[in-house]
Design a protein around this ligand. Structure first.
Ligand SMILES: Nc1nc2c(ncn2[C@@H]2O[C@H](COP(=O)(O)OP(=O)(O)O)[C@@H](O)[C@H]2O)c(=O)[nH]1
Ligand SMILES: [Mg+2]
Length: 394
């Protein structure tokens, strides 16, 4: 089987039947399976799914009695799916099924994850109310600001996407709440993503289940992903180590001055102690998984980076304070910030030699594909991918 379509449902009444009937029309003559993972509390909704499965042998559903979570429903769907490709979409027709062919075509020419996006040229989030648009925008910005892999995608909170089975196979996915795509972007195995524009549609019937609770779940999910992903965690741990260094510096300085040491000497010594303590903590915590070069060499590089950082700080500070007459306090703050960024990046790539998996992202920008013109979308995708030198075989 080529493709499995996983659809989470909660009290959707007759909507899943409309999805199934539209899928037959748009995917014909392709063989596919449709899997509903249902957490409904209404008897009619479960009966409607039961009836649908009786009618079409390629439709299956699993009803979960004691679980209620969109994210884990999708993960359960991955376990049940048998297709080489897996698509995820909602059961209320807000995600146009017509786009699936174009999404499959993108996978066939080498993409691992295909995301229809409301936010690339030609896309449209018209199906949402202004307040939902604002909440959705804030959610995306928070995700993109905190998670590196989410940053490369314009619509990471989408519930509509397609992936190669290998992206999620043997990957432990534990989403909290609704946004299973950000979990996949952070933990999945992939190297190529493509986004294609689409128009988000209004719901055909029923009402949205989005709630304040789900927004809180989203923040918890982001926090969990930052903690569990070393490439995202590093920056925050580095900043925390930096703050601890300031405290160490001050304590040593005050102690030495109390012991009647000269201010100047006490300052240099306190700085050196803080540098050693920062190195030890960064080595143990920030870059604990990237310690392949010998310890002494790492220490030498760390000291060289930090001393250069102090030089950069002084340079920025004097340039701003003397050259541009910026307030000395603000100038110092900016100097420290620039030096911190320098320290983080140089230590990351030189001292500890952290390696990242590369991800390629292509945005397919066919204006015609927004009208669900699959052929137009495929054509533009092909040229977008060829431009990026991905292997495209006719
Ligand atoms: N299995 C499952 N599906 C859910 C749950 N909550 C929502 N869904 C489904 O997820 C999809 C998106 O939900 P919807 O209420 O339309 O949210 P919106 O599109 O963001 O307004 C729909 O297909 C819902 O039926 C849940 O707790 N469990
Ligand atoms: Mg919906």
């Amino acid at each position: 089987m080529k493709i499995s379509i996983v659809v989470p449902t909660f009290n959707e009444g007759n909507n899943p039947a409309v999805v199934a009937e539209t899928l037959i029309k748009v995917l014909h003559p392709l063989e596919f399976e449709l899997i509903f993972v249902d957490d409904s509390t209404s008897k009619e909704s479960v009966e409607s799914l039961e009836h649908l499965c009786g009618e079409f042998p390629w439709v299956r559903y699993e009803h979960r009695e004691h679980e209620r979570s969109l994210g884990t429903a999708v993960v359960r769907g991955f376990e049940l799916a048998r297709g080489e490709l897996i698509a995820v979409m909602d059961s209320d027709m807000q995600h146009p099924p017509e786009l699936l062919k174009a999404m499959m075509a993108a996978a066939e020419i080498g993409c691992d994850i295909v995301i229809p996006s409301r936010f690339v040229p030609g896309g449209d989030d018209g199906g949402l109310s202004p307040s939902r648009k604002l909440i959705s925008w804030v959610a995306r910005v928070i995700g993109q600001a905190t998670l590196k892999r989410v940053r490369s995608v314009t619509d990471p909170t989408s519930g509509f996407f397609l992936l190669r089975r290998s992206v999620v196979e043997n990957v432990r996915l534990q989403p909290i709440g609704w946004k299973v795509l950000i979990e996949i972007l952070v933990h999945g195995n992939y190297s190529r993503i493509v986004e294609i524009p689409y128009r988000f549609q209004p719901r055909i019937a029923g009402s949205s289940n989005m709630s304040l609770r789900e927004q809180w779940n989203y923040l918890k999910h982001i926090f969990k992903l930052v903690v569990s992903s070393s490439e995202d965690r590093r920056k925050y741990v580095f900043a925390a180590v930096g703050i601890s260094g300031v405290l160490v510096n001050m304590m040593v300085y005050v102690g030495l001055v109390k012991l009647h040491m000269d201010f100047w000497q006490a300052g240099v010594l306190a700085g050196a102690v803080a540098m050693v303590s920062n190195f030890a903590l960064n080595d143990r915590l920030t870059w604990h998984d990237s310690r392949s070069t010998p310890g002494l060499k790492r220490f030498g590089k760390y000291v060289a980076t930090s001393l250069t950082g102090i030089g950069i700080d002084t340079m920025v500070l004097s340039m701003l304070a003397y050259g541009m007459h910026v307030d000395y306090f603000i100038a110092n703050g900016i100097g420290i910030f620039v030096a911190m960024i320098w320290n983080f990046y140089v230590n990351n790539v030189w001292t500890w030699k952290t390696e990242y998996r590369e991800i390629e992202v292509a945005l397919s920008c066919a204006s015609s594909s927004a009208d669900s013109d699959s052929l137009g979308a495929i054509r533009s995708m092909r040229s977008a991918l060829t431009d990026r030198k991905w292997v495209v075989e006719e």
